[in-house]
Design a protein around this ligand. Structure first.
Ligand code: FES
Length: 130
């Protein structure tokens, strides 16, 4: 049984050989998608690219599919995979939601926004005046 080490979550999972990575992660309650992709995605058909994860070593999962080639080119040489297309063959390390570390989504202010939206106290109209 291959073991998946989840870097972001700090835990491990044992999965049956050839388990679909996305299914294994979702079944274990792991957040595969960043918000709002958890609501709007292609449900594992390899079309939207939102279930992307970083997998090391690359040989621990099945080969890159045709659908993945159309989605993963933008990540360059990083060992990215669409979790809905990758089957787990051997022990591996998986970094979920790698998009959160790229570009503006890796900025601390984005984390602040994500935490605060809809949860903060109501503001007075005067708070918005400079
Ligand atoms: S869920 Fe859409 S590409 Fe994997």
């Amino acid at each position: 049984m291959p073991t998946i080490t989840l870097v972001r979550e700090g835990r491990t999972l044992e999965v049956p050989p050839n388990a679909i990575l996305r299914t294994a992660l979702l079944d274990a309650g792991v957040e595969v998608y960043r918000s709002p992709d958890d609501l709007v995605n292609c449900r594992g058909n390899g079309l939207c690219g939102t279930c992307v994860v970083e997998v090391e070593p690359a040989e621990a999962v099945s080969g890159v599919t045709f659908r993945e080639k159309g989605q993963l080119w933008k990540y360059g040489d990083r060992p990215m995979r669409l979790s809905c297309q990758a089957k787990v063959i051997a022990d591996c390390r998986v970094f979920t939601r790698p998009q959160l570390t790229q570009g503006w989504m890796g900025h601390p202010f984005y984390a602040h926004l994500k935490e605060g939206v809809g949860k903060g106290p109501a503001r007075e109209k005067s708070d918005y005046r400079a």
